[in-house]
Design a protein around this ligand. Structure first.
Ligand code: IPM
Ligand code: MG
Length: 286
């Protein structure tokens, strides 16, 4: 298959960690979905928690490395359960893994054709091996992309900037764990899990698209959850598959429903049920 469309998964009876490790992360590793692509786009009509910021300020994309780093599972316990216990969690960063991610980000930034500005998010002041590799690769690959301007931010500072001046960003590239953290900030400033979608991409293989949030068990069967995140994931998938016309049409339909119909993007506050929101999107398509 060229793509997988994955619904939100999770169940309260399943011990936390199992679904994540055996389904989500396993798909990422075994299909080598080495890019996690997370658009952060505030649609007109959506309330953001950021004071004085609007759709023209919040429109960037995070390219997160999705196949190694702290997620590679390296490390172990020593003397577990004893007072002398040691827990080691290793971050694996291969030249190949870093470079293919950084290259993808430059390429994406060029194709996106907006500010043509790429920001590297790392922690060179402390992670003197890992971030050093990222920084060197980022600068080397830049030679192939003279049309892109670049800058570097430490991850902690970048978290502040995402909230204070999100308008400075066009594309951000970062490692797996930092990417996980900053994309949650991204999700909340674009209106929350009701709308946030992402792609897990292997540009040479099968890719997977999913809503950012989990299955929200407390809302099970109530028809209150916003389906737009899943629909937005489908929209990203259409774009990825080259179905440009369909993708553009679906994006317009989502934006129209958000702007003209929904009272909020949050579960239970939309003013419509899950199924009704789906019907509204279908209606807008027609
Ligand atoms: C995400 C999620 C996952 C991650 C979890 C569910 C394993 O938070 O896709 O951002 O940590 O990558
Ligand atoms: Mg996450």
């Amino acid at each position: 298959m060229d793509a997988i469309f994955l619904g939100a998964i999770g169940h309260p009876d399943v011990t936390p960690g199992i679904l994540e490790k055996e389904i989500l992360l396993r798909l990422r590793f075994e299909l080598d979905l080495y890019i996690n692509l997370r658009p952060v786009d505030l649609f007109p009509g959506v309330d953001t928690h950021l004071k004085d910021k609007g759709p023209e300020d919040i429109d960037f994309v995070v390219v997160r490395e999705n196949s190694e780093g702290m997620y590679a599972g390296g490390g172990g316990f020593f003397k577990k359960g004893t007072p002398d216990e040691i827990a080691i969690q290793e971050s694996v960063n291969t030249r190949k893994g870093v470079e293919r991610c950084v290259r993808y980000a430059y390429e994406y930034c060029r194709k996106r054709n907006r500010k043509k500005h790429l920001t590297l998010c790392a922690k060179t002041n402390v992670l003197i091996y890992e971030s050093d590799l990222w920084f060197r690769v980022f600068q080397e690959v830049h030679e192939d992309y003279p049309d892109i301007t670049i800058n570097y931010q430490h991850v902690d500072a970048l978290c502040m900037w995402m909230i204070k001046n999100p308008e400075q960003f066009d594309v951000i590239v970062t490692n797996n764990l930092f990417g996980d953290i900053i994309t949650d900030i991204g999700a909340i400033i674009q209106g929350g899990l009701g709308i946030a979608a992402g792609g897990n991409i292997n540009p040479e293989g099968t890719s997977m698209f999913e809503p950012m949030g989990g299955s929200a068990p407390k809302y099970a069967g109530l028809g209150q959850v916003n389906p737009l995140a899943a629909i937005a994931a489908a929209q990203m998938m259409l774009h990825y598959l080259g179905e440009e016309a369909a993708a553009a049409k679906l994006l317009e339909a989502i934006k129209k429903v958000v702007k003209e119909k929904l009272a909020s993007l949050d579960a239970g506050k939309m003013g419509y049920s899950t199924a009704e929101v789906g019907d509204l999107v279908v209606g807008s398509l027609a």
